[in-house]
Design a protein around this ligand. Sequence first.
Ligand code: DQA
Length: 378
Amino acid sequence: MRRVLVVNGPNLDLLGTRRPDVYGLVTLADLERLVREWGTELGLDVETFQSNHEGELVERVHAAREGADAIVVNPGALTHYSRSLADAIEAVEIPTVEVHISNVAEREPWRRHSVISPLCLATIFGRGVDGYRWALRRLASEGVATSRLVGYGPLTAHRADLRVGSEGAPLAIFVPGGFWRIQWDRDTIDPIAADLARRGFTTLTVSYRRVGSGGEWPGALHDVCYALDWARSRFGADPRRVVVVGHSVGAQLALLASRRAARSGAPPSLVVSLAGVTDLVAAAADGLGDGAVTAFLAGADPALASPAHLLPVAAPLLVAWSADDDVVPASFSARFAEHAEAAGDRVETLSVEGDHFTLLDPRRRAWRAVAEAIDRYL
Ligand code: DQA
């Protein structure tokens, strides 16, 4: 995976002047420069293309068969109805990630439907132009280890990216964060899943319901519990060698799902909290995530959803954090590790330099230290 084509559809040439309240102030020229820079950081050669014409977009996608290993596409309004663009993406069989700058899930109802997304590895929306950077990261992780989309339950949110290791391989379940909000999804944690897959694990990167779509407490937790139970008995993985890895609020869900598994007699071999939101009482009081906790709890008692108030987990814990995290302060992790140990859990800690996302970057030493610790436990 080296050459990536970034395609922008109708009206995206107006970026910077079109509805800046929705799409921001970055122009198309700025965006195209940024995506090339982000590509270089990831070892990817990025080529860009924009057109207002459906046929030209279809033909550019066809031509990608000769010169691209992956595609990032923001089809603009064609997203919602262009079967010909969808067919083109399907026909060329090139790994594709769909991007929308705006939060299409929370605008007019007709923007919620995409004819393109069933053909894509991931659909990223509502993260501004940074969404293109996340898209490139997701494609880079696909280059490390190819994934397969699976459904682990009956709902559309019950999706996961699976990478199957050899018979008897250890199993790693990855739970993404994003303050339970709809615009954050499993692509964020996938790069470290791909890295563990490369190291011989069977990996599952899970989505779960988000706030506004049934993910309010306890919906999101039910989904993660379901995914964990579902994965343990499949893919020839060794059910006694299981690690559950959560980032940010994904760590809250990973810890609570592991606690439940432990109480039913099947604790994971290790639970890894990366920059975890481990204390919902403090998170609510501190207004973490700009009011996200209140929206997630929807009136429920924060202590009932708070790993720090439900100790011990009764499974070995690796609690890792970045010293300069300004999204989830390091004190959340350090305090949690102390309390868990006092409650009888076996706890290892790891403090690294960096920000909220440093531990999700497989090229950094921080993640390598986590991966080596996981190897020791499994
Ligand atoms: C868009 C969202 C589409 O609904 C809209 O028609 C666009 C841009 C986005 O980037 O948010 O043109 O794809």
